[in-house]
Design a protein around this ligand. Structure first.
Ligand SMILES: NC(=O)c1ccc[n+]([C@@H]2O[C@H](COP(=O)([O-])OP(=O)(O)OC[C@H]3O[C@@H](n4cnc5c(N)ncnc54)[C@H](O)[C@@H]3O)[C@@H](O)[C@H]2O)c1
Ligand SMILES: O=C(O)C(=O)C[C@@H](O)[C@H](O)[C@H](O)COP(=O)(O)O
Ligand SMILES: [Zn+2]
Length: 367
């Protein structure tokens, strides 16, 4: 059954998130945005375009002023200003004006790029998120963080810019390959770990249904994950404080993502970063050794890595200092006070980070 959540911005209703198991309701939701008077450009990647592009174009037939689709080559390496520039050029050719609308159809890469394009084209046009990966449905599709990577540094250029609607069809998760499916699970685990121990326990409990991609379990999981993120982003939409908790696992995660040249997925790097952050939390004597190992081992059945080969710890350490969480020369590190409660900590030392990196660094015998 379809359900919805509304996200507040500055305490006022801002946009709805619709949870569904098909695309049937999408057009009537878009009608609420008066698409009959607007051009709509679907922005997507080459892979999602082939899977769902025609279906969404078909649904828009006769419903809007003009429909069009822009697709860019799949992959994090294309989350760049160059891709944004290509979209601007396309929109100018198609004479898109301020009243027109972008529709992001795809994973987090598509959503982040489309949102940033929408925030900046003509100083801001409306956009809608139609997230199609588990990661994008459970995390990136909501909250209005948009942006691109710059010189391999993650999300260095961006804007907080809210979508007008988020429409999630959980059935599309069936076509994700195993690697991309489980990648999204890292952010879901993150939400349980930082804010909701009951959700964390539920995830442990539902392991088999989740791995089987049972649609109603997936819908419940995505909804619960969004509810956790909703509470955080409503309180602090532009990350002045508490929103930084959503960065649990990301300081080291982003550094690994860059150093591995995007050969690991974002979710895989977040899992590695989360293990490292949980390790430091144990060393701070905030969580117990048993809890640390339980957290670490929980990633395994979801096919997420808990160790990584061939990293240069000094390089990772230095990259952690180029991420966006530096403030007055110290890193705002997100640690666990306990399972279900994260805090911002400014006392993490280089030695703590290097020790955590040796915990997750898999070194072949004889290396
Ligand atoms: N804005 C935020 O709040 C936020 C939050 C988390 C992550 N992110 C960003 O999101 C990105 C990662 O997103 P992602 O993991 O979705 O990666 P992605 O967008 O690259 O998608 C992963 C792969 O799945 C394919 N795909 C998408 N939907 C599919 C479907 N239904 N069936 C089959 N294949 C499908 C894509 O074509 C791609 O090959 C990173 O850039 C990360 O920094 C942003
Ligand atoms: O929505 C947020 O806030 C998050 O931090 C969600 C993260 O999963 C996401 O990867 C985010 O882009 C990381 O934050 P950043 O500011 O370092 O880009
Ligand atoms: Zn993330």
């Amino acid at each position: 059954m379809d359900s919805r959540l509304n996200i507040l911005y500055n305490k006022k209703p801002c946009y709805d998130i619709v949870f569904s198991t098909d695309f049937q309701g999408l057009v009537s939701e878009l009608k609420g945005l008066e698409i009959e008077n607007r051009r709509v450009c679907i922005v997507t990647d080459s892979h999602v375009a082939a899977l769902y592009g025609d279906e969404i174009l078909g649904l828009l037939e006769g419903q809007c002023k003009e429909k069009t689709l822009f697709s860019f080559p799949v992959g994090e390496e294309n989350k760049t200003l160059e891709t944004v520039k290509n979209i601007y050029t396309f929109l100018i050719e198609k004479k898109f004006d301020r009243k027109d609308l972008l529709l992001a159809l795809g994973g987090g890469v598509v959503g982040d790029i489309t949102g940033f394009t929408a925030a900046t084209y003509l100083r801001g046009i409306d956009f809608v998120q139609v997230p199609t990966t588990l990661l994008a449905q459970a995390d990136s599709g909501i909250g209005g963080k948009t942006g691109v990577d710059f010189d391999g540094y993650k999300n260095m250029v961006g804007a907080f810019y809210m979508p007008r609607l988020v429409y999630m069809n959980v059935s599309v998760l069936k076509t994700l390959d195993e690697r991309q499916f489980f990648s999204g699970f890292a952010e879901i685990m993150k939400h349980g770990l930082i804010k909701d121990s009951i959700f964390y326990e539920w995830l442990l409990d539902k392991m088999y249904e989740i791995c089987d991609r049972d649609v109603s379990t997936l819908q419940e999981m995505v909804e619960r994950s969004c509810k956790i993120k909703k509470l955080v982003v409503e309180k602090d939409p532009t990350e002045k404080g508490e929103r930084a908790l959503l960065n649990f696992g990301h300081t080291i995660g982003h550094a690994i993502e860059k150093s591995k040249n995007f050969t690991l997925t974002h979710g895989e790097c977040v899992a590695l970063g989360a293990v490292a952050a949980a390790f430091i939390s144990w060393k701070h004597e905030w969580i117990s050794m048993d809890e640390y190992y339980e957290i670490r081992d929980m990633f395994v059945p979801f096919q997420l890595p808990i160790s990584v080969e061939n990293i240069d710890p000094q390089e990772i350490l230095s990259l952690t200092k180029s991420d966006k969480k530096m403030e007055n020369g110290s890193i705002k590190f997100i640690l666990l006070k306990k399972i279900g409660k994260a805090v911002i900590d400014r006392t993490v030392t280089d030695e703590d980070i290097l020790n955590a990196l040796s915990e997750i660094h898999y070194v072949e015998d004889g290396e």
